[in-house]
Design a binder for this molecule. Structure first.
Ligand code: FES
Length: 141
């Protein structure tokens, strides 16, 4: 188990920059900072495959994908179905409403569908604890 945790620690998510980029322009009167939030432990994630969490005001999924940990929005970007009721197979998250699927490396929907990508979050693990990086609004001083 320790070997698995070491292999996935600090694994980068490819679309990391889109989160801060879009939020930082949403409200020029606020500063946005990143904050790491503890979401669940590794044993729970392995047992459940998909863990639903509410963190920093957002509904997020933490997913166990063949030895990797992925965090993404819970709402499907196509028509907001609950992806927490979906299935994970071969590196893709399948939406329960229309059965379209999202690549868990970059959030892209499969061909034939028109949808923004699924928002992914950067994940890290310390010991058995899984953390995700959130962008949070901070009032200016
Ligand atoms: S609502 Fe998820 S694919 Fe349509």
């Amino acid at each position: 188990m320790r070997g698995v945790a070491a292999n996935i620690a600090y694994r980068p998510v490819r679309n990391r920059g889109t989160i801060g980029g879009s939020l930082s322009h949403a409200d020029p009167s606020a500063d946005w900072i990143s904050a790491w939030r503890a979401v669940c432990d590794l044993d729970r994630l392995k047992a459940e495959t998909i863990v639903r969490v509410h963190v920093a005001g957002l509904d997020v999924l933490v997913i166990w994908n063949e030895g990797d940990i992925i965090a993404c929005d819970r709402a499907c970007p196509h028509e907001q179905a609950d992806l927490g009721l979906g299935q994970v197979r071969a590196g893709r998250l399948y939406c329960p409403r229309h059965a379209a699927s999202f690549d868990l490396c970059d959030g892209a929907i499969n061909s034939g569908w028109s949808s923004p990508p699924l928002r992914l979050y950067t994940v890290r693990i310390t010991g058995e604890q899984i953390w995700i990086e959130m962008q949070e609004r901070q009032p200016r001083r």
